[in-house]
Design a protein around this ligand. Structure first.
Ligand SMILES: Cc1ncc(COP(=O)(O)O)c(C=O)c1O
Length: 422
């Protein structure tokens, strides 16, 4: 198997000796300087994805779903590139505000927002709150009566569309914990309740059908349902969610940002001029720009069965294979030109047999202890979902650009592991 450059960050180069650089910095130099496991983001790639999204959907119409990858540097970068920020919890809102993103550039999501989260968002003055349940409407009313400013809100609707993705990240079907059901009338009841209310300002409706969706027809179907509902409401704003999938392996084919935009433009062209149509991409902004660099710690051939290659991270820095059966490629950043003729199972260092990063990986021949191993397309829902399981330290995150590396999140230390203990 050869290397597919389209899975690597856009600034990636391979020299005559087969050594990989990203952002003009050799991967082995980064590993030496910052240690492994290490998340490396191509800053130019992040910025160009943001720019492409803005060019495709228009200024102030793109809301970066920060759950995909959030730290202060990423919040600032998205804000600098003109994106709004979707925050799904008070914690994500806190990070965005700490990063200097103005509250009116943030949108609050969540199927179970607490009084505290709602009060913070209302007081700070977020751009809008995406309301998810009747309980939440009651909570907003109570908070407003207690003095919090009336928020602009959108109503999250489940349009009853099934998508081709993993069940755990499918969200637009009738049987969902998210939003108001369109089919059973709940959506209409919520719209009426909010329209009649003086404690909130209903500005639009919202849907998000799922994540890592590769079939644009799924988006088209949802957009058509939402547009026909929207047409009767006389509201100024419609949000069509995120969910654009990306290629993780050499076999995957994903639609481009422009193809995604075309589908939405087609579906919304009948709306009155001046209608604001938002999208909320997360994965498609950050996935390809990020890679994870590991060091191989053990190579264990089991005669007649398989070879296990263990790296110094695992399910604590990438839980997607365990949660969704997600697949990845494995590259040796020092031997990018070698034919990947060997097969092995890439596993982590955790005390779980299921701690598998790649079930059946093609790897360069004769991988040995101390080699570097890189998994591409880990920029989304990797660091964001990282844990301390087995008290493994969370990796550092670096941004690389123009031959320089910038540490944006430091590696955890053993002291961090006990800082919450009392
Ligand atoms: C409401 C909402 N918007 C946007 C997103 C981003 O999805 P993706 O990262 O697949 O683009 C999510 C992800 O779960 C979401 O729940």
């Amino acid at each position: 198997m050869s290397i597919n450059m389209s899975l690597l960050p856009t600034s990636s180069t391979i020299d005559a000796n087969g050594v990989l650089s990203i952002g003009g910095v050799q991967i082995d130099h980064l590993a030496q300087q910052f240690g492994t496991p290490l998340f490396v983001y191509d800053e130019e790639n992040l910025r160009s994805q943001c720019k492409q999204a803005v060019a495709s959907f228009g200024p102030d119409n793109v809301i970066y779903a920060s759950k995909a990858f959030l730290c202060k540097a990423m919040a600032r970068l998205a804000h600098e590139e003109g994106l709004l920020l979707d925050v799904a919890t008070g914690g994500e809102l806190f990070v965005a505000l700490e990063a200097g993103v103005p509250a009116n550039r943030c949108v609050l999501h969540g199927n179970n927002k607490s009084d505290d989260e709602l009060k913070t968002a209302m007081t700070a003055g977020v751009r809008h709150i995406v309301v998810d349940s009747f309980d939440e409407i009651d909570r907003i009313e109570k908070l407003h009566k207690a003095g919090a400013p009336a928020p602009r809100v959108q109503i999250r609707i489940t349009p009853g569309v099934h998508v081709e993705t993993h069940a755990y990240i499918s969200t637009g079907q009738d049987d969902s914990k998210f939003g108001f059901n369109l089919a059973n009338g709940d959506a209409h009841k919520a719209i009426e309740k909010c329209k009649a209310s003086s404690f909130l300002n209903l500005v639009g409706i919202h849907c998000h059908i799922g994540s890592n969706v590769l079939a644009v027809e799924n988006f088209e179907a949802a957009a058509q349902v939402m547009v026909s509902l929207f047409a009767s409401l006389q509201l100024p704003e419609l949000t069509l969610g995120g969910g654009l999938g990306v290629a993780y392996t050499e076999e995957d084919v994903a639609p481009s940002m422009q193809e995604w935009a075309q589908v939405f433009h087609r579906a919304t062209q009948s709306l009155p001029t001046g209608t604001r149509v938002y999208v909320e991409p997360g994965r498609s902004i950050v996935a390809r720009a990020g890679v994870t660099v590991y060091t191989v710690g053990t190579v264990k051939p089991i005669e007649g069965i398989r070879t296990y290659i263990s790296v110094d991270g695992g399910m604590s820095d990438n839980s997607r294979p365990m949660m969704y059966g997600s697949e990845y490629e494995a590259y040796d950043p020092m031997r990018m030109n070698d034919h990947r003729s060997d097969e092995a199972r890439i596993v982590g260092k955790h005390c779980e047999s299921g701690d598998i990063l790649i079930l059946n990986a093609h790897v360069a021949p004769n991988v040995k202890v101390g080699d570097l191993l890189l998994t591409p397309v880990t920029g989304a829902y990797g660091y964001a979902m990282a844990s301390n399981y087995n008290k493994v330290l969370r990796p550092a995150v670096v941004f690389v650009r123009h031959g320089e590396a910038r540490l944006v999140v430091r590696r955890e230390t053993p002291e961090d592991l006990t800082r919450l203990d009392v």
